[in-house]
Design a protein around this ligand. Structure first.
Ligand SMILES: Nc1nc2c(ncn2[C@@H]2O[C@H](COP(=O)(O)OP(=O)(O)OP(=O)(O)O)[C@@H](O)[C@H]2O)c(=O)[nH]1
Ligand SMILES: [Mg+2]
Length: 459
């Protein structure tokens, strides 16, 4: 048998000499030291050392055992961690709250959420977000969304209006690089000329582009603008000013029943799709919605509206192909009046090559509406396809001849390299843009916002 001679240090340590025990620990004799620490753990200093040792080893049960007898051991953060690990959540929350920094509050939020206290969790997480370091903000926001979803407080909105517009105007931006040309440039004649050219390419309209750039030149001199970034901000402000008055809200008075909205526009401009999207929005708000298949030209057109009615949870009034559109409208309005509908959305045909009949048909439809509901239609919306850019202005003039138009819907902004046409449309026609289509999905309809539009176009 081999005997190891105990060192002086160990002998002293075994007798409970504090400094000897700590020296053992320092020398790396951890197991030996731990045994002795446990033997003499009633000593407050040694208890503290042992507690830290347990934490280092992630031996939370043992740390907890010590805490039960000495609740002041360690820092509040340490105690919070130990309580959390052994499942004493009430105490964990208490301790973390004492610390109150980002990490601790975030732990509290997560614990409360995991233990079914969603409302408490939300409150704490919102406080956490305020003190979150930039790198953690997104994570906390996601957690907040998760809690809100769980609590049923979140409408499932995946994309903000600005995001949608950015995505929508991607094509315009790629082809005309409106944001790019302002990056790190000298403010000189070359830049102004380039800007003018790019604005024209975005289908802003030559007159508008020239006038805008001329104004920018003057402003740049007056304000002694040196950096292109500064010029960009000024350009954005000018464009926003230019578009003031282009923004309009859909007018659907709550006190009238039913409210009628007529949709006009050439073939393929997006009338039926827009009606479907709007119906979806209105039914989600709890409104009772009737769609009227006033485009009787093709069976497919009627069927398409039928599909949208099903998707959006609206009802549909239709007749056979070739039926008199005004008579379908009449029937639809009668049903809507009787059935207590909130909104009626009327689809129409848009065959421009038959201009005279088209105009007559639209007038007739309007007359029928006013016969049954003298205050309607609340809105007569002209649907214009952004991809055809300035050409849409010509179309609009034809429709304006037929009936008064109260608002414009610009569709397919997502697929267009001519997003700038929105400017030309609004300036030339002097009719507010009320809605924009930014995709083919049911959610891809948004109110038009000058602010968001200009930001998306230039940033
Ligand atoms: N990308 C994109 N496509 C759209 C948008 N709005 C409509 N469309 C598409 O454009 C095409 C024509 O849309 P419709 O709604 O059928 O057009 P309409 O004006 O009813 O046409 P007619 O019934 O033929 O007079 C369809 O393929 C739609 O999916 C939009 O905002 N973005
Ligand atoms: Mg259609």
């Amino acid at each position: 048998m081999l005997f190891f001679k105990k060192s002086e240090l160990e002998k002293r340590a075994e007798k409970g000499d504090k400094s000897a025990i700590l020296e053992l620990l320092r020398k790396g004799k951890k197991e030996k030291a731990k045994k002795l620490l446990e033997r003499y753990e009633e000593d407050p200093d040694l208890k503290k050392v042992l507690f830290d040792l347990y934490l280092q080893e992630e031996n939370y049960m043992q740390a907890y055992r010590l805490l039960e007898r000495a609740p002041e051991l360690g820092t509040a953060r340490d105690r919070g961690l130990v309580y959390e690990k052994v499942g004493n959540y009430t105490k964990a929350v208490e301790e973390y709250m004492k610390v109150g920094d980002f990490e601790s509050l975030y732990r509290v939020g997560s614990i409360l959420y995991a233990t079914g206290k969603g409302e408490g969790a939300l409150e704490v997480l919102e406080r956490t977000l305020k003190i979150a370091p930039p790198s953690k903000k997104e994570e906390v926001e996601e957690k907040i969304r998760e809690v809100k979803r769980k609590l049923g407080l979140l409408e499932e909105k995946k994309e903000s209006l600005l995001d949608k517009l950015r995505r929508g105007l991607q094509k315009t931006k790629e082809s005309v690089e409106l944001g790019l040309i302002f990056r790190g440039r000298r403010v000189d004649e070359e830049l102004f000329e380039e800007l003018e050219e790019h604005l024209v390419r975005a289908d802003v309209g030559v007159k508008t582009a020239v006038a805008l750039v001329e104004e920018l030149r003057k402003t740049a001199v007056r304000k002694n603008v040196k950096s292109s970034e500064e010029l960009k901000e000024i350009t954005k402000e000018k464009v926003k000013e230019l578009l003031k008055g282009c923004e309009g809200r859909l007018n659907l008075p709550e006190d009238r029943k039913p409210v009628v909205v007529l949709f006009l526009g050439v073939n393929g401009s997006g009338k039926t799709t827009t009606i479907g999207k709007l119906a979806h929005r209105l039914t989600s708000e709890g409104k009772k919605v009737m769609l009227v298949a006033g485009d009787t030209f093709r069976t497919a057109a009627i069927e398409q509206l039928e599909v949208w009615a099903q998707r959006s949870g609206a009802d549909l009034t239709k007749k056979h192909e070739g039926a008199d559109p005004a008579s379908v409208v009449y029937e639809g309005l009668e049903k809507a009046k009787e059935g207590g509908y909130d909104v009626v959305l009327v689809d129409t045909a848009g065959r421009l090559h038959t201009k005279e009949p088209l105009i007559n048909e639209l007038r007739k439809i309007k007359k029928v509406v006013q016969k049954l509901l003298p205050e309607e239609p609340s809105e007569t919306l002209l649907v214009l396809d952004a991809t055809i850019g300035q050409n849409s202005i010509q179309q609009a003039k034809v429709f304006k001849e037929a009936v008064d138009i109260s608002g414009i819907v610009v569709t397919k902004l997502d697929g267009s390299a001519k997003g700038g046409a929105v400017m030309a449309i609004c300036k030339e026609l002097r009719i507010p843009i009320k809605l924009i289509g930014v995709g083919e999905d049911i959610e891809d309809l948004e109110p038009f916002s000058v602010e968001a539009y200009v930001d998306a176009l230039f940033d």
